[in-house]
Design a protein around this ligand. Structure first.
Ligand code: MN
Length: 212
């Protein structure tokens, strides 16, 4: 039976400093992400028929899952998937820059990078309580939205390209209650190369997230 594994960070724990410090990344990855992973695996133990399904499939098809584990997969599978995406969506400051096909699409759909940044930041700052801000590909255009808890836009058929975790555990050690400062700083460590990869993949597959 496939067990989901906690992915390793694609960089050192201190590689995102000063925007995201080492202690925050240790807690966030080693404790929070590890717990979502363990709880997802525990939920799936009782349903070996789902063993070969990818996390993208599970999150895209929550409505088809057995009722007794649907909530657990939504929360813990969402937590597992969201964080795996999130680590790859960040990179050491200065290692990538805004550009590529997604930059052109952002300018087309939002008018300018500054307008996009304003929208994304507003979604991140105004999300009440725990949740995420997203840039997603919706069939033929980009959208900014926010979700509560560990919900992922893929469940609604929208493909995630960029995500920002605004649960307090994502920033409280370093920024305390200053979520807007955390959101502003996040823009310095976005991995635009990976966002472009996700954008290319999203445009290729016509089925919304159902490819796997
Ligand atoms: Mn988190």
């Amino acid at each position: 039976m496939t067990m989901f594994e906690l992915p390793e960070l694609p960089y050192a724990y201190n590689a995102l400093e000063p925007v995201m410090d080492e202690a925050t990344l240790h807690f966030h990855h080693d404790k929070h992400h590890a717990t979502y992973t363990a709880n997802l695996n525990r939920a799936l133990e009782s349903h070996p028929e789902l063993a070969e399904k990818s996390i993208r499939y599970l999150i895209a098809h929550l409505n088809l899952l057995p009722e007794d584990i649907r909530g657990a997969v939504r929360n813990n599978g969402g937590g597992y998937f969201n964080h795996a995406l999130f680590w790859d969506m960040m990179a050491p400051e200065g290692s990538t820059s805004f550009g590529g096909p997604v930059a052109g699409q952002i300018e087309k759909d939002f008018g300018s990078f500054e307008e996009f940044k304003k929208k994304f930041s507003a979604a991140a700052v105004s999300q009440f309580g725990s949740g995420w801000a997203w840039l997603v590909w919706n069939k033929d255009h980009l959208e900014v939205l926010s979700t509560a808890n560990q919900d992922n836009p893929l469940t609604e058929g929208k493909k995630p390209l960029l995500a920002l975790d605004v649960w307090e555990h994502a920033y409280y050690l370093q920024y305390q209650n200053r979520r807007p400062d955390f959101v502003e700083a996040f823009f310095r460590i976005i991995n635009w190369d990976y966002v472009n990869e996700l954008f290319e993949d999203a445009k290729k597959s016509r089925k919304c997230g159902a490819a796997e």
